[in-house]
Ligand binder design. Structure first.
Ligand code: CMP
Length: 142
């Protein structure tokens, strides 16, 4: 059964341009509840660790530089079928390919400056949530 939690990050581009409130409103309208949230400026080491799966990709260095350019806002979100539903709401990686009305279509600038991250599996949702949040900071499910 699909899990009911996932991890999102409002990325430095969207946070710096004042889109955090609009994106949170969009997520809440889509039925997500915020279970944990924080604002932090990732170090290079933290960004490299978070994106370790992309280490061999040609865009890795640029991705790490982008994610460390300013504060970002990770959040643990809850709703039924959370991972798949969040990926629908945010749209394709590249805003050029994203469906109308998705967060990336509305707020992303490019494939790299794409406003928001979403976990791609329940397993990664747990790993990524643990990366940013201690268990004691997570609210219990209703
Ligand atoms: P996300 O899916 O959140 O996590 C991996 C990120 O790498 C992705 O968003 C993009 O921001 C970035 N990315 C993926 N593919 C490319 C690419 N071809 N060029 C630059 N950045 C990319």
């Amino acid at each position: 059964m699909a899990g009911n939690r996932t991890l999102t990050i409002i990325k430095p581009d969207a946070f710096a341009s004042g889109k955090a409130g609009l994106i949170i409103a969009h997520l809440e309208k889509a039925g997500f509840t915020i279970r944990a949230a924080r604002v932090l400026h990732l170090s290079t080491q933290q960004a490299e660790q978070f994106y370790d799966v992309h280490r061999a990709r040609p865009f890795f260095a640029s991705l790490v530089k982008f994610m460390t350019q300013g504060p970002c806002m990770p959040m643990v979100l809850e709703r039924d079928n959370a991972v798949a539903e969040l990926r629908n709401v945010i749209g394709s990686t590249d805003p050029k390919d994203a469906a109308e009305g998705t967060i990336r279509k509305l707020y992303a600038v490019s494939k790299e400056s794409n406003a928001i991250h979403a976990s791609d599996s329940d397993e990664n949702a747990l790993r990524e949530s643990n990366f940013f949040f201690a268990e004691t900071t997570l609210l219990n499910s209703r």
